[in-house]
Design a protein around this ligand. Structure first.
Ligand SMILES: Cc1cc2nc3c(=O)[nH]c(=O)nc-3n(C[C@H](O)[C@H](O)[C@H](O)COP(=O)(O)O)c2cc1C
Length: 205
């Protein structure tokens, strides 16, 4: 970590497809040695269970299984999306940076419009107002004009909109490679050095 790298990162995982992106990011952030706070939305729990094939029930068991899969059970602080009074919700105690990965169009809209309905929206809202880095990783296809407008508003408000669109120039040979590309791009956007994918080197000439 250097002077500009965030020492604390809030990771919100919402109910968009792409739980694997959030999982990879969680593991990578914990490995970076920064202070990670994890918040999974109610719909996020459902998608996490479905896509990561976690055979568990309830919030606590799902988050525990997610942390175990990330190999980072002890290093991560877990907060409930309903806990709007958590320290991360306050400008004076907010983390250095926030990421919503994956981000639903519903959460993107709430953040863009400032209509916070849970802790994930509120932390993102605080990051924007405090001019701290906010990375939003939307996942939806196709995108409606409504979606595109909200994403534009987020970018105009200062968020980095980093869609879950893995590049194929990294010559992926597995789903893991695709997931690593997006997680690596998020780490870069936050200012971390990343070793999850090899940067473009000019290709075959
Ligand atoms: C299996 C599954 C996959 C979903 N995938 C997406 C998606 O890729 N993008 C999206 O915007 N919403 C998706 N949704 C819908 C959201 O989960 C839903 O709009 C939810 O209310 C969003 O709440 P949240 O933003 O608080 O997580 C999906 C739902 C399910 C059950």
């Amino acid at each position: 970590m250097n002077a500009t790298t965030p020492k604390s990162v809030f990771l919100g995982m919402t109910g968009a497809s792409g739980a694997a992106y959030g999982l990879r990011l969680l593991a990578a952030l914990a490995a970076c040695g920064c202070d990670v706070t994890l918040c999974v939305s109610d719909s996020g729990l459902l998608v996490v269970r479905e896509e990561l094939e976690l055979v568990v029930e309830g919030r606590e068991a799902t988050v525990a299984a997610l942390l175990a899969r990330a190999g980072a059970p002890a290093a991560v602080r877990v907060v409930d999306p309903a806990d709007i009074g958590a320290p991360a919700a306050s400008g004076s105690a907010a983390p250095d940076a926030a990421v919503v990965c994956p981000c639903t169009m519903s959460s993107a809209a709430h953040i863009a419009l400032g209509t916070s309905r849970n802790l994930i929206h509120r932390v993102a809202d605080v990051a924007l107002k405090e001019r701290r880095p906010l990375v939003v990783v939307p996942r939806e296809t196709p995108l409606s004009v409504v979606h595109l407008r909200r994403l534009l508003e987020l970018a105009e408000a200062g968020a980095i909109v980093l869609p879950a669109m893995p590049g194929f120039y990294v010559r992926p040979t597995s789903v893991d490679d695709l997931v690593d590309h997006i997680a690596g791009k998020v780490l870069q956007a936050l200012g971390f050095e990343q070793h999850l994918f090899r940067p473009w080197d000019g290709g075959v000439r």
